[in-house]
Design a protein around this ligand. Structure first.
Ligand code: XUL
Ligand code: CO
Length: 437
């Protein structure tokens, strides 16, 4: 059978931190035990089908540049089969355990809805065989409800119920495909669920429609016995001016307001958090502290650019901050680290996909090691515990147990007077943190 990556024959070796070989791992050793689990189990890396195999390198100013021999073929289904073979060859040679897809990454859209369904069924059959042959697993599936012109005004939030119904039919099939392939999660990223202008938009109605859509998804999952975790992926803008799933806080508020809290967790993407004006670790922490951090889209933006550049993370300090949140909650469970990331337009050679993923995997592996050591030593944790210690005793304890009132606190302040000011020690903590990186 034709090989798409003949330059790599024996997988990617481990070269260690001193290696200068860009085709060797410096930190990622899947079987190395860190704490109670192997690195592979901590990180559960996944390759994103849409960027890595279907991305073209096109941007608003120019055509695609990526050289992707697998995207050639006599028919759309022939191309799809070649792409699937390339995907499993790549994942196997790279040594990642998981992949993720949209329905339309895997199978081409047909002339009719039923032809699209048949295409997807055929590709799922082939994917199942390749999963069995290689042991590579599906981290999550999703439906592309944003590319086709029918979704120009949204999918579930579309003003036309006909479009809502089309989206529902599409998700029904994408969810069934995910279940068939043993997908551990199903993701909802609201690609065009938002608005451009309130002059033509009933925001309340659109959000009610979105809630109905999610309730139907929950019902259908129950009906077909899909046991994967449902994840919503927040993003503040792009493609629409204002996306309804703006950030972790907004999505959590929505889940609570529409009686969906128990059915969803979040898939936090680094570049989406930064687009929302947050740090990556902010949105991770917000999701995690609510018991809702389910999975991660592991990428990075560019601080000089205000859009979703979807770059591979190369900053071990940011990765360490992220892994601190993951370790503190005891891991990602069914989730993983999905590289929702692409090489730059000028990096058009298939080999660039290896360089990109290897450096992304190393950045997070190094982040994991750093975070683990920080947790083991406990210096930063102890500082935070100590900072709030006044709530564990005396009046602080009464405040938290509900025994204090404004009146008792006023009386207490009359006696005690002015509090002693304590430094937040930010620079000292930054210096300690950096000493681990
Ligand atoms: C878009 C994005 C998507 C989702 C899946 O910004 O992140 O690729 O991850 O639909
Ligand atoms: Co994403």
């Amino acid at each position: 059978m034709k090989e798409f990556f003949p330059e790599i024959q024996d997988g990617i070796p481990y070269g260690g931190p001193d290696s200068k070989n860009p085709l060797a791992f410096k930190y990622y050793e899947p079987n190395r035990v860190v704490g109670k689990k192997s690195m592979g189990d901590h990180l559960r890396f996944s390759v994103a089908y849409w960027h890595t195999f279907k991305g073209t390198g096109a941007d608003p100013f120019g055509a695609g540049t990526f050289d992707r021999p697998w995207n050639r073929g006599k028919t759309p289904m022939g191309q799809a089969e070649n792409t699937l073979r390339a995907a499993f060859e790549f994942c196997q040679k790279l040594g990642v355990s998981h992949y993720c897809f949209h329905d339309l990454d895997l199978a081409p859209e047909g002339e009719t809805f039923s032809e699209s369904c048949r295409n997807l069924e055929a590709m799922v059959k082939m994917a199942k065989q390749l999963q069995d042959d290689t042991g590579i697993k599906l981290l999550w599936g999703t439906a592309n409800l944003f590319s086709h012109p029918r979704y120009a005004h949204g999918a579930a939030t579309n003003p036309d119920a006909h479009v809502f119904s089309y989206a529902a039919a599409q998700v029904k099939n994408a969810m069934a495909a995910t279940r068939e392939l043993g997908g551990e999660n199903y993701v909802f990223w609201g690609g065009r669920e938002g608005y451009e202008t309130l002059l033509n938009t009933d925001m309340k109605r659109e959000q009610e429609q979105m809630a109905r859509f999610f309730h139907m998804a929950v019902d259908y999952a129950r009906q077909i016995g899909f046991e994967g975790q449902f994840l919503i992926e927040p993003k503040p803008k792009e493609p629409t001016k204002h996306q309804y799933d703006f950030d972790a806080a907004t999505v959590l508020g929505f889940l609570g307001a529409y009686d969906l809290w128990d059915h969803f967790k979040l898939n936090i993407e680094a570049n989406h958090a930064t687009l929302a004006g947050h740090s990556f670790e902010h949105d991770l922490t917000l999701a995690s502290m609510n018991g809702k951090l389910g999975s991660i889209d592991a990428n990075a933006g560019d601080t000089l650019l205000g859009w979703d550049t979807d770059q591979f993370s190369t900053d071990p300090a940011i990765c360490a901050r992220a892994m601190l949140v993951v370790l503190a909650q005891g891991g990602l469970g069914k989730g993983g680290l999905n590289f929702d990331a692409k090489p730059r337009r000028g990096s058009f050679d298939p080999m660039d996909l290896f360089y990109a993923h290897i450096s992304g995997m190393d950045a997070f592996a190094r982040g994991l090691l750093t975070a683990h050591q920080i947790m083991e030593d406990g210096i930063l944790d102890n500082f935070i515990k100590e900072r709030y210690a006044s709530y564990s005793e005396g009046m602080g304890k009464q405040i938290m147990s509900g025994d204090a009132t404004f009146e008792t606190l006023e009386k207490w302040i009359m006696e005690k007077g002015e509090p002693v000011r304590v430094s937040g020690r930010q620079e000292m903590l930054e210096s300690i943190f950096m000493s681990y990186c």
